[in-house]
Design a binder for this molecule. Structure first.
Ligand code: SAH
Length: 394
């Protein structure tokens, strides 16, 4: 990175932001900017609010106008390396637990606003969330390679065809697919073709929680993708796991993942279907399972879609609960940040009412240690995963 200039533009903010700034909240929205502020896109500025001071990166395009990096100094190579090394050190428990794919940097939660880095074996994938962050990519990539041995650092960018493409930053590109470990289970990762950066790393601990209860049981995994929950449940001795996803390709990879772990896919079910339609037909066939997992994609990209998302959760989980045997286990996931944990739990109560059962909550989970949330930045929390036992009405 270029040497930080010694005379940064100073932006004076309202004193009402003093507390937020001094506590390290990483975002300042555009409507909090002084009308007269003239700042260059992608430039660092010094912020002042009352007695608080901080250093932030300006973005002319997004609703988040300023990303606050430090109260100490303008992030230089050394400051970035400290963040990268700290985040790596804090993931040691994962590496010890036979896990080779995890989120190395979770943006705001790891004190590096706007940037995530996922590690898959010896390949790191950088994703950045605003064009103003461009200048940080090269120094972050350098810090990654200085922290641990890597074969390649890539960025995942949207492609013109609507999918994603990988762009090489350093080292070499990863193979189209290769094997990583999650708590000792093996999975194919496809960093370019796959969804997210290849795998849904955030459900790791929830998969283990479900697997611990799955021995000898029939499991229905809705929105299975490449079989993350399915493989763990089958490895734990589930008698039959049915994986349902709209993507035929994801289910082919799910079968490959079964074989990769010495499991026979023919002993299990793989259904390419829309989950909502699948549930209707499962209910009419009286198909029943001991454990049902529902881990849908985000239902709301913006605040305007929040009400629809809440409706969709109520309906989805009511139908999911209807495919459960009495005293069966239901696991409801939500990655929609627009629906907060309390509201999501309320939707489940409504689903249980519609399905005429009482849901006895056994676990109410959030994000694992590689997706940390700062207390000062509750916006970083998006994942909900509630596990309950469906009891008959008293
Ligand atoms: N549980 C998965 C991640 C799920 S991601 C894991 O642990 O890895 C959401 C998945 O839902 C994607 O694979 C997507 O293909 C699928 N999907 C989205 N809408 C769907 C629908 N209406 N019916 C079935 N699958 C759907």
């Amino acid at each position: 990175m270029t040497k930080p200039s010694t005379s940064l533009p100073v932006v004076a903010l309202s004193t009402t932001l003093e507390k937020s700034l001094s506590s390290g909240h990483p975002w300042i929205y555009r409507d909090h900017l002084p009308k007269t502020a003239q700042i260059e896109h992608g430039a660092f500025v010094e912020l002042r609010a009352g007695g608080a001071r901080a250093f932030a990166l300006y973005d002319a395009e997004s609703a988040i106008a300023l990303r606050v990096f430090s109260t100490r100094k303008v992030p230089d190579d050394e400051w970035l390396r400290e963040r990268v090394e700290l985040a790596f050190r804090l993931r040691e428990p994962l590496r010890r637990g036979r896990t080779s794919a995890y989120r190395w940097i979770f943006g705001e939660g790891d004190q590096l606003p706007g940037i995530t880095v996922d590690l898959y074996g010896e390949y790191a994938v950088i994703v950045s969330y605003a064009s103003s962050l461009e200048r940080l990519i090269a120094p972050v990539a350098k810090a990654l390679t200085e922290t641990t041995k890597l074969l390649g650092v890539v960025r995942r960018l949207p492609s013109q065809e609507g999918g994603a493409r990988l762009e090489l930053v350093s080292g070499r590109l990863p193979p189209a697919r290769f094997v990583v470990e999650e708590h000792g289970a093996r999975f194919y990762a496809e960093l370019e073709k796959g969804q997210k950066t290849g795998l849904f790393l955030d459900q790791r601990e929830n998969r283990r929680f479900i697997a611990a209860m799955a021995s000898g049981l029939r499991v229905l995994n809705l929105f299975s993708y490449t079989g993350g929950f399915s493989v763990h449940a089958a490895l734990a001795g589930a008698s039959r796991v049915v994986s349902v996803d709209a993507s035929a390709g994801a289910l082919e990879t799910a079968k490959d993942n079964f074989r990769l772990n010495g499991l026979d896919p023919d002993a299990h079910g793989f259904e390419t279907a829309d989950v909502f339609a699948y549930l209707q037909s499962a209910i009419s066939r009286a198909e029943r399972h001991d454990i049902v997992i529902s881990d849908p994609p985000s239902f709301a990209k913006s605040r305007a879609q929040q009400a629809d998302a809440i409706k969709a959760y109520k309906r989805l989980n009511a139908d999911g609960l209807r495919t459960l045997k009495p005293e069966g286990i239901y696991a409801a996931g939500s990655c929609t940040s627009q629906v907060c944990p309390d509201d999501f739990r309320d939707t489940l109560a409504e689903s249980a009412r519609r399905a005429k059962c009482e849901l006895q909550i056994l676990g109410d989970f959030g994000q694992p240690l590689d997706h940390p949330v700062l207390a000062q930045h509750p916006e970083g929390r998006y994942l909900k995963f509630i596990v309950g036992r469906a009891l008959k009405l008293r």
